[in-house]
Ligand binder design. Structure first.
Ligand code: ZN
Length: 175
């Protein structure tokens, strides 16, 4: 069975055995978001607490705390654990960058995310460099890259990230 060692790297098993940030947060004020992957039966219950530091437009939204509940396969649960460790304490903007980078790594980057200035005459300028977060260092998360060789498991790995994205959209709209 070639390649299974790529799927079950030691760091993945470590996060599965000892999940980080497991638990719940009072909601409200935290956001509670559920994710479900019917292909595998994975469930994620994500609690995210976003604090805004500073006043008005200068305020910076930050992932003050995050907790993970739910159950599922080792890929889904270890990805959620790694995700929680990676975004806790980060600004919402940094967390969104990580989400984009992770989803790009998982090769399901379906939408161009550089369209914010897309109304200009250069919108079809044929940029060669991907305008996503592909160069963001992902650290331990790169251990999950082997999952792309097992397409049926990609949704296991991305479930918690899509759930986080939904939580951030609800907790910090427009950020
Ligand atoms: Zn799964």
């Amino acid at each position: 069975m070639p390649g299974l060692e790529d799927l079950y790297r030691e760091i993945i098993l470590d996060h599965y055995r000892s999940p980080r940030n497991r638990g719940e947060l009072p909601a409200p004020p935290a956001r509670r978001v559920e994710g479900y992957n019917p292909l595998c039966g994975d469930e994620i219950v994500l609690y995210v607490d976003v604090d805004v530091e500073g006043e008005g437009e200068a305020g910076e939204a930050r992932v003050a705390d995050i907790k993970i509940g739910g159950q599922g396969c080792s890929i889904s649960q270890s990805s959620a654990s790694m995700m929680s460790a990676a975004v806790k304490g980060k600004t919402v903007e940094e967390a969104r960058t990580l989400i984009r980078a992770f989803k790009a790594m998982m090769s399901i980057h379906e939408h161009r995310l550089d369209g914010e200035d897309g109304d200009g005459p250069d919108a079809d300028g044929g940029a060669t460099a991907p305008a996503n977060g592909a160069k963001v260092p992902l650290g331990d998360l790169e251990a999950l890259q082997g999952v792309v060789r097992f397409p049926v498991r990609i949704k296991c790995a991305t479930l918690s990230w899509n759930t986080l994205q939904q939580g951030l959209d609800e907790a910090a709209p427009g950020s």
